[in-house]
Design a protein around this ligand. Structure first.
Ligand SMILES: Cc1cc2nc3c(=O)[nH]c(=O)nc-3n(C[C@H](O)[C@H](O)[C@H](O)COP(=O)(O)O)c2cc1C
Length: 186
């Protein structure tokens, strides 16, 4: 017997993006966004409400970063999702986040989150609140790379949002080889 949960966008895994941008004074702010994903080979999408401080900053600069939320920083990642820079100007300090300007966009990288996408705003739908962004670079701190120089998911420990249970879970255990294992059944 299957149980029905109704018409909800419940997916596994749902990434935890920490979206960050500068305001008009160059002050960084960030928010949690779990309603997002891949939009094309070089684009991502986020369903983002227009009233957030981060959204206003994105519209101001047209540039922002998207860091992967991590298990090591789960409290700070959740905090930036339950507090607004509209009300708390020192939100980043309270989160314990420090920032460095990204290399390819005028937007902050969060030092405590070792992998990020540097993005430019391409479009925003005022009715659906869907933002599409061009990814202009991906960067990752050396501390989360494997011997081949690629991101080691076991070191990064990215988190996913479990929307049914309102929980964060880690991703990491390798269970197969993509575009490869299925060939055994061809
Ligand atoms: C797990 C989680 C996921 C969230 N996902 C989104 C999202 O995808 N889009 C959105 O507009 N807000 C989302 N939020 C809410 C914002 O992160 C929240 O309103 C935040 O306070 C906005 O901060 P700001 O006003 O400083 O930018 C999420 C919050 C949490 C805790």
């Amino acid at each position: 017997m299957r149980k029905n949960f109704g018409p909800k966008p419940l997916l596994y895994p749902q990434p935890v993006f920490i979206v960050a941008a500068y305001d008009e004074n160059g002050k960084a702010n960030a928010m949690n966004a779990a309603w997002g994903g891949v939009a094309d080979s070089d684009k991502i999408m986020i369903c983002i409400s227009p009233g957030h401080k981060t959204t206003k900053n994105i519209f101001l600069k047209n540039e922002f970063t998207v860091s992967m939320g991590t298990a090591d920083q789960v409290v700070a990642c959740d905090y930036v999702g339950v507090e607004s820079g509209n009300n708390v100007p020192d939100k980043m300090e309270k989160a314990g986040f420090h920032t460095t300007k990204a290399e390819f966009v005028d937007a902050p990288l969060i030092d405590e989150l070792p992998m990020a996408l540097e993005c430019k705003l391409l479009s925003y739908d005022n009715e659906e609140h869907i933002l599409i962004a061009q990814v202009v670079n991906v960067n990752a701190d050396e501390s989360v790379l494997n011997e081949e120089g690629k991101v080691d998911i076991a070191k990064l420990r990215p988190i996913a949002f479990d929307a049914m249970n309102y929980a964060y879970v880690t991703l990491g255990e390798k269970v197969g080889n993509a575009f490869s294992d299925g060939k055994k059944l061809k």
